[in-house]
Design a protein around this ligand. Sequence first.
Ligand SMILES: Cc1cc2nc3c(=O)[nH]c(=O)nc-3n(C[C@H](O)[C@H](O)[C@H](O)COP(=O)(O)O)c2cc1C
Length: 409
Amino acid sequence: MLKSKILFKISGSIAAYKSAYLISKLVQNGFDVQTVVTTSSLHFIGKATLEGLTGKPVLIDQYEDGKMMSHINLMKWADLIILCPASANTINKMANGIADNLVTSLFLAHSWDKPYLIAPAMNTAMYKHPATQESLKRLKDWGVDILPTDSGHLACGDIGEGKLFDPDHIYDHIVDVLNNQNGNSDSKKSILITAGATRESIDGVRFITNLSTGNTAATIADHLSSKGYKVTYLHGINTLLPNNKTNNIQYRDFQNFKETLNELLESNYYDSVIHLAAISDYTVDKIKSEELALSGSGKSKLDSELSNLTINLKPTSKIVDKIKSISKNKDVVLFAFKFSGSSSLDESKKEVGKLLKHSNADFVVLNHLQDRTKDGIQTNYYIFNKSALLKNVENSTQLAIEIEQIIKV
Ligand SMILES: Cc1cc2nc3c(=O)[nH]c(=O)nc-3n(C[C@H](O)[C@H](O)[C@H](O)COP(=O)(O)O)c2cc1C
């Protein structure tokens, strides 16, 4: 991995100064770095800094005398390309095939066998803008590795998403990507992630379900898969799927989930199970109404005009309690999740304690109903091990990073 060649692109974001730190760390660790910048970025970082750090002239102009074609050879030279920081303007141009400067022209000439990383940095409104979100999605679909952004204080004074991902984490990611690329990955661990919600049928068209979307699970699956883990994703109907390549298996209801999970655990060796699926605590036992008793109806859709329809529910068993004992790998690292309706952290900590005890989980991630946005996005996760609260993180991306740090050991 030493002496890997990095084509380091910079566009016009106020976070450009942070690229100097990252470039310096790359150079100090033996990487060969060539910078390519947009003219706007030079309002935020000086050529002298970049040339001083890399020992190479900064490339800006695609029409530089005597070098017009050699720039294209940069693509052949590089082992990995990163755009950091990536401005909203450059992201949107790239996603639309616009090539009006050296940074964007080189992207159009990109060879897709090489990793292309993008680290966005902008204020929250620019980041959330549908144009930017659609562009990021399009670039991701094409195979670009889009790094998450951090939440926090932004240069404009706002607090929110869009802050450049921590440069030390970007550095780690570059190293991981190159290791995977070179087949040196020591992190080919197998992970089973359960996601989404069960559907307990009332009749052929109606069911009982819950709020789980799969958003947190898909973020964790994407992160682990980008780090080289083999991820099996056991998901409900309509659950959000990861963007990265994972082995996706669908379940329907409690019974079907239980059977599929048991089969997977018995026949495969998983290093870790991350059990996020919201499995129904109850399933439909009996449905009663006077009319049904009279007609003896076995119809696949209950009539809409029945009076006094009674649905009896019976409790299901606690699947999480069986994961360790069923698992082929008896040392499997189990993450259980506790979604608490309580508004008191002390109360929910007690629930965590109980879960740790009866499931024998190694870690429990606690989240609260009150920390769910109106769009169904969960925020604020607390990670516990058997004896203490280890960490509180703001969002699912940070949670994914923390989980990876735990399981990579
Ligand atoms: C002080 C200042 C800070 C800026 N910070 C950002 C930023 O963090 N992210 C971003 O996308 N654009 C930012 N912009 C706007 C871009 O610099 C502008 O869209 C520019 O055209 C980007 O050009 P480029 O994509 O070719 O580098 C900022 C502009 C100013 C004046």
